[in-house]
Design a protein around this ligand. Structure first.
Ligand code: NAD
Length: 524
């Protein structure tokens, strides 16, 4: 078996591979050269610099596995790999400690003006007054994102005598408490922290999470650290916040464009920059090399490693009849996590399969629920091979129960979370389409698709009209509407399908109407 490595990989990883296969390390190949030699290899290992295109995958007639030494797989055409039966694996866990240590290094460098003082000395200056720093002991560190890296940063900051608070709406509060960290709202963290450090993945929700509004919420004179992804920060807004003196400083390891071109943040006197060095320690490089090598070996030996990025959601042996329920399970997961927004991350998901669907192998259904719950808030791609492991890493307990069919459906799936504005939802498949048929205690029937505004309200005349008027005023078209209620003039749930998503302030206006206890926009 032959493995081609096209970017630097730490020696222990190469050695591990050599024990199982013939390994060629060929750095700096042109795309043409790579395409010419790829037919001779079963495995290809890259970092982020090699573009693994459809053309390259198609040229690799013997290719069985592509290993990415690191996390992001943007440089690999996953669809083409999947279509050609090529497994893609990555190494997502080995660099967390390195990223956390880099965060602490930046925190201390910011607090004590180390790069600026060093530069001044190189110019022959000796100015002890200009570089008076700030203590970090007894200061508050605010973490945005409390996953693998965030929690490692917390441990270290606590050791340095800092108070640590964090915002992570998808992490169970108990998990943070166990590390002596308090989970708070985003606003609280921004307003209270002396240093805010970002540790979220780049998702639809986190893009420009730090923008003019959220930067303005930060305490005057506080500092921002970003070792996550450049896109999480609106760089123009950060530049303004630093120029105006609202923020004392920033330390940035990642940028919206890398390497940054004409980025005014680079070179500002109160900004420290490093060229995406978060994972760059010798130890992390060895860890990543070993992690990817193990995964590639496993794939070559016909085993599926837990870090497989493109395993199908439905294993081939699963019957096609299950496919619509796998889709339903994912959409219910997606809805459930959005209904839990701002109520704390769930520590358990209870899945009830009613009917015949829970009788066989429930792994694809369970994985689909977890994919719906976790994928929108993470960089990892969840599939039936890695779902259980990822849930475990995120401290999310999964409980499954099988019951005979109840109600009018042959099969249905109920999800119950430990947190949420609504903690329980039930869905089924109606004429091949996924439907939610119960929200909390309310019977309803709507297709799980597009944008759905869900309101809980008192059932009285005029409620629907008031919500409709606000949406109409904003030019938002309602495609369908459903109301479920316990009794006339009792409590009700109103669900409106929308052609376009209303802005946040419109949802907030609806939520503030009298007799509405909550309004939430769910995107399926
Ligand atoms: P992780 O998935 O373990 O943790 C991310 C956490 O963010 C999760 O707990 C998740 O619940 C939370 N989250 C998701 N959406 C959120 C939101 N809208 N608001 C608040 N919290 C939210 O990921 P990780 O391994 O800890 O990595 C964190 C970040 O660091 C990622 O962006 C990763 O790419 C980056 N990273 C950078 C380097 C580097 O070299 N600079 C190295 C490693 C990781």
């Amino acid at each position: 078996m032959r493995v081609l490595v096209t970017e630097p990989l730490a020696e222990p990883g190469i050695q591990r591979l050599r024990a199982h296969a013939e390994v060629d390390v060929r750095l700096k190949l042109s795309p043409e050269e790579l395409k010419r030699i790829i037919p001779g290899y079963e495995a290809l290992i890259v970092r982020s610099g090699t573009k693994v295109t459809r053309e390259l995958i198609e040229a690799g007639a013997r290719l069985r596995v592509i290993g990415r030494a690191g996390t992001g797989v943007d440089n690999i055409d996953l669809k083409a790999a999947t279509e050609h039966g090529v497994i893609v694996v990555n190494a997502p866990t080995a660099n967390c400690v390195a990223a956390a240590e880099h965060t602490i290094a930046l925190l201390l460098a910011l607090a004590r003006n180390i790069p600026q003082a060093d530069q001044a000395m190189r110019r022959g200056e000796w100015d002890r007054h200009r570089f008076v720093g700030t203590a970090i002991t007894d200061k508050t560190l605010g973490l945005i994102g409390f996953g693998r890296v965030g929690s490692e940063v917390a441990r270290r900051a606590k050791g340095l005598g800092m108070r640590v608070i964090a915002y992570d709406p998808y992490m169970p509060a108990e998990r943070a408490r166990a590390l002596g960290v308090e989970l708070r709202s985003l606003e609280d963290v921004l307003q209270e922290a002396d240093f805010v450090s970002l540790h979220v993945p780049l998702t639809e929700e986190t893009r420009h999470l730090m923008n003019a509004r959220t930067l303005a919420l930060m305490k005057p004179g506080s500092s921002l650290i970003n070792v996550s992804r450049g896109g999480v920060v609106d760089e123009e807004a950060l530049y303004q916040a630093l120029q105006s003196g609202h923020l004392a400083g920033a330390a940035l390891d990642v940028f919206s464009e890398e390497p940054p071109r004409d980025n005014p943040l680079v070179g500002l006197p109160n900004v420290i920059t490093t060229p995406h060095l978060g994972a760059s320690t010798a130890e992390a490089q060895v860890g990543v090399a070993l992690e990817v090598a193990e995964a590639v070996i496993a794939a070559l030996e016909g085993r599926l490693p837990p870090t497989v990025v493109n395993a199908p959601m439905i294993p081939p042996e699963t019957l096609a009849e299950l496919a619509p329920y796998v889709d339903l399970a994912e959409r219910l997961g997606r809805m459930a996590i959005q209904l839990a927004r701002d109520t704390g991350g769930p520590s358990q998901v209870h899945i009830v399969y009613s009917g015949t669907i829970g009788r066989g192998d429930t792994r694809p259904l369970r994985a689909a629920v977890l994919k719906g719950l976790l994928e929108p808030v993470s960089e990892q791609r969840i599939n039936w091979v890695n779902a259980d492991l990822i849930a475990e890493q995120r401290h999310l307990e999964v409980v499954e129960e099988h019951r005979p069919a109840e109600g009018p459906w042959t099969n249905s799936i109920t999800l119950r979370l430990t947190n949420g504005h609504v903690q329980e939802i039930e869905g089924t498949v109606v004429q091949g389409a996924p439907h939610v048929v119960r929200i909390g205690d309310f019977r309803i029937d709507l297709e799980l698709n597009g944008y759905i505004l869900i309101c809980r309200n008192i059932d009285r005349p005029g409620m629907i009209g008031q919500v409709g008027t606000i949406l109409g005023r904003e030019g938002i078209n309602i495609s369908f509407m459903q109301v479920g209620r316990d009794r006339p003039r009792g409590h009700a749930v109103m669900a409106l399908g929308l052609d376009e998503p209303p802005p946040e302030h419109v949802v907030a206006e609806i939520a503030s109407l009298p007799d509405i206890s909550f309004a939430l926009l769910v995107r399926i």
